[in-house]
Design a protein around this ligand. Sequence first.
Ligand SMILES: Cc1cc2nc3c(=O)[nH]c(=O)nc-3n(C[C@H](O)[C@H](O)[C@H](O)COP(=O)(O)OP(=O)(O)OC[C@H]3O[C@@H](n4cnc5c(N)ncnc54)[C@H](O)[C@@H]3O)c2cc1C
Length: 501
Amino acid sequence: MTQEFATDVLICGAGAAGLTLALELARRNISFRLIEKMDSPFPGSRGKGIQPRTQEIFEDLGILDRIVAAGGLYPPQREYQDDGGHTVTDVMEHHDPTPAEPYRIPLMVPQFLTESVMRERLVALGHRPEFGYELTGFEQNESGVTARIACKSGEEVIRVRYLIGADGGRSFVRHRLDVGFPGKTLGVRAIVADVMLTGLERDVWHRFSEGSMQRQMALCPLAGTEMFQLQAPIPLEGDVDLTAEGLTAMVAERTGRDDVLIQSVSWASAYTMNARLADRYRVGRVFLVGDAAHIHPPTGGQGLNTSVQDAYNLGWKLAAVANGAPEVLLDSYEAERRPIAASMLGLATRLLDAAKQGEMRRGREVHQLDIGYPESALAMEAPERSHGLLAGDRAPDAPLRGASGQPTRLFELFKGTHWTLLGHEVERGAVLPRPGLHIHTSGLRGDIVDEGGHLRDSYALAPGDWLLVRPDGYIGAIVASGETAALEAYLRNVGMGIQSR
Ligand SMILES: Cc1cc2nc3c(=O)[nH]c(=O)nc-3n(C[C@H](O)[C@H](O)[C@H](O)COP(=O)(O)OP(=O)(O)OC[C@H]3O[C@@H](n4cnc5c(N)ncnc54)[C@H](O)[C@@H]3O)c2cc1C
């Protein structure tokens, strides 16, 4: 008996994670609904650091230039000392782009602007979030999920193949699944507020009383806006006055300056920092992504980035399974992403401890460029490699030339929803073409020319090697010329077998 599904996927929550997943499904023509219980978009700046790896993902999603145009770079920080002097230092280490890593500096983009660019792209793809729609219950069986959604006009019940809980740290979906969320409360409570103010220049990130958890106060000019983001630790208990008057008084008390006046507050929140990780990311046909699966302290700007990357990992797999790939592919989502969040929690907590001492400088450890999935069931080498890039690693960029003479880049070849197979000095016909696979070869009669030797240097491919890159830009397989049968088996397992279409 065939089952009636209203749509393939229901995404609960239209924050950064839900929007990324929606973009991934939309560009693959998978049917979905994206529901959001709030009546209008989230207005806060909170997750404002866009790390280099996320910039690469935004390039693939076709929104990077808009994101860069909407925000800017982090300004240097000016640290005020008790004796009235100050020091100016860079918060972010500055590194020039390389052929393999085109983006190496975190961007500052207020979260509401990032999400607005994502929504605009989603509309261009023919979809939009449904605001004012709240998931209020669900049940699942082997074949699907029945979800209850409340909206102003009443309640609707829909049947979907998969439900995604992209519903933030207090996740209704996670609670309903009874998935544990162990971890700890970090003993730090803080405020974050987006404010208009007078009395401070916009060319530096102003930091007062670093090293004192009682008196710390940071005021960062928010790129792409006229506002500042105010951050300050506060006592664990008690009310805080988040009005313009209340915050002006707090600034005066902590900085000793009465010339800094908060004119208005567009969004403010007092929150307790936690580091928690969901026991499971998948229960049957229901998945958790983003803050629903892990919450971090904001130090190091990892939360939003990890959330986007969860969704980017899950999106292509959901689409592949909806199109007939083996269901087991979906197990790799938790296997790949949960260990990443576990180490991110450690990193953000260490950076929080450093921040308590006033140390704010950030380097490569927050860029997320070294994230990979070498332990994944989706990482295959035949034969096993002992040097250079390994299966599971992020596939680096490289400038190239097409055989026609036009400049291009590996990331241009990867861009889109397909897998990419690169053969180095191979016989092109050794792997048959199939839908969803783009094949390029270098060497004699190759369609790409590794003019600067960057591909060779980054990937260390031997003549006859085939390199398979996943839709999310990680290396799936590296096989030598005599091992194309292993490559065929791999492609079958991810839904690209020749007979499967
Ligand atoms: C106070 C604060 C400060 C932060 N500062 C930083 C920072 O400096 N840097 C950084 O990188 N990250 C920061 N973060 C984290 C970052 O904002 C999050 O990691 C990011 O928003 C996660 O995105 P998400 O889509 O997973 O969840 P969210 O952005 O929380 O989105 C979840 C959405 O689901 C909706 N929802 C919930 N329940 C339902 C339901 N039943 N039905 C329908 N919709 C529902 C919610 O309304 C919400 O819009 C901060 C977080 C907080 C709370």
